[in-house]
Structure formats: structure tokens, C-alpha cells
Design a binder for this molecule. Structure first.
Ligand code: NAD
Length: 264
């Protein structure tokens, strides 16, 4: 893929550490020649993100809390000081109260419902409202979703409802921005052990289940997600928008666990 992203500038949102899906995507894009900028949430993360950005040759590391409109405005005005355009954007941001990522969806509080929807769903739209002004035809945006949007997965609860709304917003954004030649897609990633995922109840068991029952009989890596992201973010994906691409070792196509049937 060397050179595939040469001359393209991209903003990566949601890098927390080297386990982050954003890191897999950033590495794939940088290896393909892209120039990158990063946004991080909160001062505590800056010291982790700075060296990772430097590893990929980037010194553009800017704060942004997506729950704060002013903070998103500041991010884009700061980015505009450095770059006169933006070719792609990666939104790898989500949040839900982890005490509610177990137990029943039915027990979701109004506060957590609204916060989860704000940070995990509206933020993508809010970011695209600003990004649109810096992007030109050929631009691409990508967000991250999970199978829990489509089917009930244990403990995913409010995040499943939020991801369903996020996937719907990908389609509406694809229509609105398609007129400007900007593509909007999502990757539905299989379970990966990241900081955010560690908040989900029984996550180790969910990963094991996925490994045993997906067609490829393994879990995906952030590198797998990065490589598929490269397709959607580069001109290789030029005809693709409004799509949710499953990078999940095929888990979403399985209707029944593969077992040796008992004699009945
Ligand atoms: P991660 O913890 O590495 O990344 C989550 C990021 O969200 C962090 O960088 C965090 O700082 C950021 N964030 C949270 N609230 C924010 C706010 N208010 N403002 C700005 N940033 C904020 O975990 P990850 O698993 O790499 O998550 C990235 C995306 O991938 C998320 O959308 C997640 O739902 C999605 N996803 C993860 C998995 C998985 O199994 N790990 C599977 C499918 C989809």
C-alpha cells in the first residue's frame, strides 16, 4: 500500500494508547504515506498521544472533548492554522457509563442514554459539520461501530442502541456529503481488547466466543481494522459510501454455532 495515501492529510480522533483501534488505522494510513493530525480527550492522554504521533511523523496533537461544541470548534480552527485542507477523518470515539455495560438495557438511565448518544453518535455529525468546510471532493470519513447495533449482544446495552443510531447517521451523512464528493462509511469491528472494551462485562468471554465461532476462527486485530480502513479512506474505496463494512472475521454471517450435532 506504499504511496496509496501520499499527499493525503487526515485527522485521527480517539487515540488513547497503542491498543486503540485509532492506532491501527493511523499506522496503516501513515505507512501508506498519509500525513496525520491527532486529537485527544483530556490532558492526561496528551502524554500518551504525543509520542505515538511522533512515531508516525506527526507533531499535530490537539485537544478535543467532543461533548463540548466549543472544543470541537477550537480543534478545527487550530487544525485550519496548520492545514489548508483535510482529505480524511477517522472518528474512533465512544462512551457509555461502564456500570451500565452489564446487567439489563432496561435499566439504562436518562443521563447515560443522553451522554452515550451525545459522545458516541452526535459527535460524528458535529465533527462532520466542521470538517465539511475543510474537505473537498475525494474526501472520506470513517467511524467505528459494532455488531451490537444489529443484534442483541450481552452487556452491550446502551452502546448497541447508540451504534444503531450511529450507523443510521452514516447513511444520512453519506447522502448529504455525497453531493460534495465526500464519502462517509463505518467499520463494524469484531471485539478487540482496548481501554474502552475493558469496560464491557464478560469481555474476555465475548472475545473467546467470537474466536471459536467466527468463520476465520480468530479475533481481528487493530492491524486488520487499519488495513480495511485504508481501503475505505483511500481512492480504492472511491465508489463506496454509506457502507458498514464488517471487519469481524466473518462473525456476523454465522446463524448457528458450528458443533458436532448429537444423535437425536
Ligand atoms: P479506546 O478506549 O482506545 O478509544 C476510545 C476513545 O474515545 C478514547 O481515545 C477516548 O479518549 C475517546 N473518547 C471518549 N469520550 C470522549 C470525548 N468526550 N471526547 C473525545 N474523545 C472521547 O477504545 P477503542 O475500542 O479503540 O474504541 C474506538 C472506537 O471503536 C469506539 O467507537 C468503539 O465503540 C469502537 N469499537 C470498538 C470495538 C472493540 O471491541 N474494541 C469493537 C467495535 C467498535
Amino acid at each position: 500500500a506504499a504511496g496509496l495515501m501520499a499527499g493525503k492529510r487526515g485527522l485521527i480522533m480517539g487515540l488513547a494508547n497503542d491498543k486503540s483501534i485509532a492506532w491501527g488505522i493511523a499506522r496503516a494510513c501513515a505507512n501508506a504515506g498519509a500525513e496525520l493530525a491527532f486529537s485527544y480527550q483530556g490532558e492526561a492522554l496528551k502524554k500518551r498521544v504525543d509520542p505515538l504521533a511522533a512515531q508516525l511523523g506527526s507533531d499535530i496533537v490537539l485537544p478535543c472533548d467532543v461533548s463540548d461544541a466549543d472544543s470541537i470548534d477550537t480543534l478545527f480552527s487550530d487544525l485550519g492554522q496548520r492545514w489548508d485542507g483535510l482529505d480524511f477523518i477517522v472518528h474512533a470515539v465512544a462512551f457509555s457509563d461502564k456500570t451500565q455495560l452489564r446487567g439489563r438495557y432496561l435499566d439504562t438511565t436518562r443521563d447515560n442514554f443522553l451522554t452515550s448518544m451525545d459522545i458516541s453518535v452526535f459527535s460524528f455529525t458535529a465533527v462532520m459539520q466542521r470538517a465539511e468546510k475543510m474537505m473537498s471532493p475525494g474526501g472520506a470519513a470513517l467511524t467505528l461501530t459494532y455488531y451490537g447495533a444489529e443484534k442483541v449482544m450481552p452487556h452491550y446495552n446502551m452502546m448497541g442502541v447508540a451504534k444503531a443510531a450511529l450507523e443510521a447517521s452514516v447513511k444520512y451523512l453519506a447522502e448529504d456529503l455525497g453531493k460534495d464528493g465526500i464519502r462517509v462509511n463505518a467499520i463494524s469491528a469484531g471485539p478487540i481488547k482496548t481501554l474502552a472494551a475493558s469496560g464491557i462485562g464478560d469481555f474476555r468471554y465475548i472475545m473467546k466466543w467470537n474466536e471459536l465461532n467466527s468463520p476465520l476462527r480468530r479475533n481481528v486485530t487493530t492491524e486488520d481494522v487499519g488495513n480495511s480502513a485504508l481501503y475505505l479512506l483511500s481512492d480504492l474505496g472511491g465508489g463506496v459510501t454509506g457502507e458498514v463494512l464488517h471487519v469481524d472475521a466473518g462473525y456476523h454471517v454465522v446463524g448457528m454455532k458450528a458443533v458436532d450435532a448429537p444423535d437425536i
